[in-house]
Write a protein of this length. Structure first.
Length: 563
């Protein structure tokens, strides 16, 4: 039994359990989620959130939310607020308060002075371009900076004056003195501090020098007592530098964090580069960070994804050591599976065609009880009004149907969901020959939708009573990109040429009156159409619905075939 349990652990859980068993860090588990507040979080971040907070929860530990706010030029309070909202919405709570790398600017500065005093850091006068040019190649060593030979006293003086603002931006940096011939390019005297006169969203103009990510991240972990610093695979080559810094600042007896890398999430038909996402927003390719076509958590929330479905997706894809590409259909499957269990069923018509039931009294109205969700009996039933004029989907009628078409056509009988059996007796057209209305007769004895004589009827249609219909706007969202890997340059050398012209279209239809009580964010299954979410753009008497996912589940069919 123990072996079966161990086999189910991912490699990070195995490391943590080994640490707990050995008594390392006193058996404590303290993780962190360290986003940069320079954009909205996306589905890749959601995987990291679920992992870091989930591990802390599983092993009775804690998880810090820490903002890596070391680049004031690109950071904004808007992003800080959105990140906190996203983490809470996903169902997680951070340890006592949000943390910030800027909380530690004073201590990080002191550690920089410590490295200088140890002869392990120096002030360099080279520009960013010169540093890059002299770094060398993976097979050739880099050239040493002239500043490498400065004395400790001179470096302390210059670095102190950098802090005081005596030098223009870009004229000096502080670099670590490591090894310009290291096969790891990140170890070739990396920059620790740069001069940057940008007002910080928390510290204002207190600082004009800011630490680089590599010099702030591990030190922040160390200050907070993080035991397991979990990051994505691209930081694997940074780990020797992470450890080098800790080797020279860590004190005996204090918890020292261990960096562990896992494969980031790559999703088909999606870009997750913040640079690309920011461009989509700024250049108007989407309506904002929360556009339902965006892979941001805010966009997915607005589209109607549930936090439970995203957590389920993170659990299904698991934690790996190698980068892989996950099919978008799997995420949509997880969303669909969750909404199938919890979404309220309603009837709505996106492309309406009016039907007049000639033998139904025009002044009569009756109600039919319909289950709110067949998957959950506790959700009860609702009363749906019916009258002698209804709307059906235009696609549910064909004047000359092909073989295998079981919906409505002249002379054919179909079932109206939970109501009556009707037969088409006539078609009304306008001067252009377009169908504007159908004439039908119902079987009065078939109330509830079943034939009294037991005859079989193959087609069942959803409908909305015309007298009670609520006009609605439907935003039919699809994938934003046409390519599985949209980051590839398109025909014009630009990834934006891969944007689908059909990623969203709108339709004006009707929904049943039950929807009047709905609020923005409520999720529904429009029967036979798909899952939808009420958008914040909705107004009284004019609801707006975003299509979350269709009813068709290509992933489930693929999984069934492969099984």
């Amino acid at each position: 039994m123990e072996k079966e349990t161990a086999k189910s652990l991912n490699f990070i859980e195995e490391i943590i359990e080994d640490d707990i068993k050995s008594g390392k860090n006193g058996g404590a588990v303290l993780t962190r989620f360290p986003p940069e507040p320079n954009g909205y979080l996306h589905i890749g971040h959601a995987k990291s959130i679920c992992l870091n907070f989930g591990l802390a929860r599983k092993y009775g530990g804690r998880c810090n939310l820490r903002f890596d706010d070391t680049n004031p030029e690109k950071e904004d309070v808007e992003y800080v607020d959105s990140i906190m909202e996203d983490v809470k919405w996903l169902g997680f709570q951070w340890n006592d308060r949000p943390y910030y790398a800027s909380d530690y600017f004073g201590q990080i500065y002191e550690w920089a002075l410590l490295l200088i005093r140890k002869g392990l850091a120096y002030v360099c006068d080279m520009s960013a371009e010169e540093i890059s040019r002299t770094r060398g190649t993976p097979t050739e060593p880099g050239a040493e900076s002239p500043g490498r030979s400065r004395s400790i006293e001179e470096n302390i003086d210059l670095f102190t004056r950098m802090k005081k603002g005596e030098f223009p931006d870009g004229t000096k940096v502080l670099r670590a003195r490591i090894d310009m011939a290291s096969p790891n390019m990140h170890m070739r005297d990396p920059v620790l501090y740069r001069i940057k006169r940008d007002t910080h969203h928390r510290t204002g103009d207190e600082w004009c020098i800011y630490p680089m990510y590599d010099f702030a991240h591990g030190q922040s972990d160390y200050i907070e007592g993080i035991t397991h610093s979990i990051c994505t695979l691209e930081f694997e080559v940074h780990r020797p530098l992470y450890d080098w810094f800790l080797d020279h600042i860590a004190e005996e007896g204090r918890t020292r964090p261990r960096q562990i890398e896992f494969a980031r999430l790559n999703l088909t038909y999606t870009v997750m580069s913040k640079r690309m996402l920011l461009r989509l927003v700024r250049e108007g390719f989407v309506a904002g960070w929360d556009d339902p076509r965006m892979p941001t958590i805010a966009g997915m929330r607005r589209r109607g994804y549930t936090p439970e479905s995203i957590r389920a997706f993170a659990a299904v894809i698991g934690v790996a050591k190698r980068d892989t590409v996950v099919d978008m259909a799997l995420l949509e499957h997880c969303v669909r599976e969750d909404l199938n269990r919890r979404a309220q069923r309603v009837m709505g018509v996106i492309n309406p065609l009016r039907v007049v039931i000639e033998n139904y009294p025009p002044e009569k109205t009756e109600e039919f009880g319909i289950k709110n969700n067949p998957e959950d009996e506790t959700m009860g039933t609702r009363q749906v009004p019916f009258s002698g004029a209804i709307y059906i989907e235009r696609d549910d009628f064909m004047e000359e149907p092909p073989k295998g078409f079981f919906r409505l056509s002249p002379g054919r009988e179909v079932r109206l969901r939970a109501a009556y059996l009707i037969t088409c007796t006539g078609v009304v057209k306008n001067e252009k020959g377009e169908i504007t209305e159908l004439r039908c007769r119902c079987d009065p004895e078939s109330r509830g939708g079943d034939a009294p004589d037991g005859r079989k009827v193959k087609g069942t249609l959803h409908w909305v009573s015309a007298a009670h219909a609520v006009p609605a706007e439907f935003r039919l969202y699809d994938r934003l990109f046409t390519k599985e890997d949209p980051s590839e340059a398109g025909e014009d050398g630009d990834f934006t040429s891969n944007i689908s012209p059909d990623s969203v279209r709108t339709a004006a239809g009707f929904v049943e009156p039950f929807i009047k009580a709905a609020a923005a964010g409520d999720r529904f299954q429009f029967e036979r159409i798909g899952y939808f979410c009420m958008d914040p753009d909705s107004s009284e008497g004019r609801p707006v619905f975003n299509r979350t996912v269709s009813l068709k589940d290509s992933w489930a069919k693929t999984a069934a075939r492969s099984g």
